[in-house]
Ligand binder design. Structure first.
Ligand SMILES: NC(=O)c1ccc[n+]([C@@H]2O[C@H](COP(=O)([O-])OP(=O)(O)OC[C@H]3O[C@@H](n4cnc5c(N)ncnc54)[C@H](O)[C@@H]3O)[C@@H](O)[C@H]2O)c1
Length: 342
């Protein structure tokens, strides 16, 4: 019987997340998955030899050289403006592409990338928050109606970054395509969209800026709704204590996911019953811890699901191009309500 060929992956951009993807691929190889790192392209990476050695691969001198290697997959982890142009070229050549979130800097740009696809299931977008253990478990519980009817959700994320952030591209309105709403807020919009299934209505909101003074929104508060369920949404890059918190309030139970990883603390997911205190003790005593996780392997889980499709009916799936486009459409509607440039 013929041996199964390795799935070859090239990575474009060897910064923070490019390296996360490379580490995940290496982890999958160690695990015995039939995958290989076919090469990297990043003309600006300062330590190419070191990186190539670390991941037992090579750097390409140009994008065309990478394309000529005909990998099965291309992973793109560059600044948002560069990612748009690279993704379009790779898609037009028929490659399967995973581009880190967001898909473009606006709906219009996302659509222009999507329109370069030449076949179905060709474009995927990196939304690894879906694969954080606490979030994934809570999403499954919502799907299985564990909480009863959803009354409301509070979803909140914030960090304060680093004084050096002003020198990088992430606060640059053109390169990043906006402020905290697109990055990291787009992760939260993706989660909201998964929960709502249908279309979310953007009711009202308020942006704040004035600390970094690069013109982008630095904190955003929004009220969204689907059916009778409200979502209180806050994302901030001027929140000095790293915070992730998702509260799900249903007619039967509630769930709370806190933490994310590293400075946010481990992710913890608890479930509480309506009137749990009636079973004796306090409400807090009646809460059950579902899990606590350091969330170190969300990128690996996302890639494994993408490349090997090892999913059961209920498992969390990677974000398709279509879903990512819908997230960008929602993001544009949030921007309109917030009176931010679209
Ligand atoms: N999912 C997450 O948790 C998460 C976290 C941070 C960033 N991201 C996303 O990952 C992507 C990359 O962010 P990052 O933090 O790794 O940024 P980064 O600045 O650390 O790395 C970007 C890399 O891209 C390279 N690069 C720039 N232009 C290029 C080009 N034209 N061709 C090839 N390489 C080029 C740079 O040299 C750099 O090494 C962004 O889309 C960002 O939103 C996701």
């Amino acid at each position: 019987m013929a041996r199964k060929k390795n799935i070859s992956v090239c990575v474009i951009g060897a910064g923070l997340i490019g390296k996360e993807r490379l580490m995940s691929l290496r982890q999958l190889i160690k695990k015995g998955r039939k995958v290989e790192i076919a090469g990297i392209f990043d003309p600006y990476a300062p330590n190419k030899d070191e990186i190539a050695k670390e991941f037992n691969t090579k750097f390409f001198d140009s994008l065309d050289a990478l394309f000529a290697g005909c990998p099965d997959w291309i992973f793109i982890a560059t600044p948002h403006d560069d990612a748009v142009e690279i993704a379009k070229k790779a898609l037009a050549k028929g490659f399967k592409v995973l581009v880190e979130k967001p898909l473009g800097r606006s709906y219009k740009e996302a659509k222009s990338v999507f329109d370069c696809t030449t076949k179905k299931n060709q474009l995927w977008v990196g939304f690894n928050y879906r694969f954080f253990d606490g979030i994934a478990a809570a999403l499954k519980d919502i799907r299985q109606k564990k909480f009863g009817d959803l009354i409301s959700l509070n979803i909140l994320m914030g960090h304060g970054g680093n004084p050096k952030d002003k020198l990088g591209w992430k606060l640059d309105p053109v390169k990043a395509g906006g402020g905290c709403l697109i990055d990291p807020g787009v992760h939260l919009l993706d989660i909201c969209q998964l929960i709502a299934k249908g279309k979310l209505e953007v009711m009202c909101g308020m942006p704040w800026k004035g600390f970094w003074k690069t013109g982008i929104e630095e904190e955003t508060n929004l009220l969204l709704r689907f059916g009778k369920t409200a979502i209180n949404f806050q994302v901030s890059i001027v929140k000095w204590a790293s915070t992730f918190r998702m509260e799900i309030n249903g007619t039967k139970k509630y769930g709370i996911v806190t933490g994310r990883n590293r400075s946010y603390g481990d992710q913890k997911y608890i479930i509480g019953e309506k009137w749990g205190w009636m079973k004796g003790g306090s409400q807090k005593d009646s809460e059950k811890e579902v899990l606590t996780s350091a969330n170190t392997d969300s990128f690996t889980k996302e890639i494994e699901a993408l490349l090997f499709g090892n999913q059961t009916k209920n498992s969390i799936k990677p974000c398709s191009g279509e879903e990512a486009l819908a997230v960008m459409e929602l993001l544009d509607r949030c921007r309109k309500i917030l009176k931010l440039p679209v």
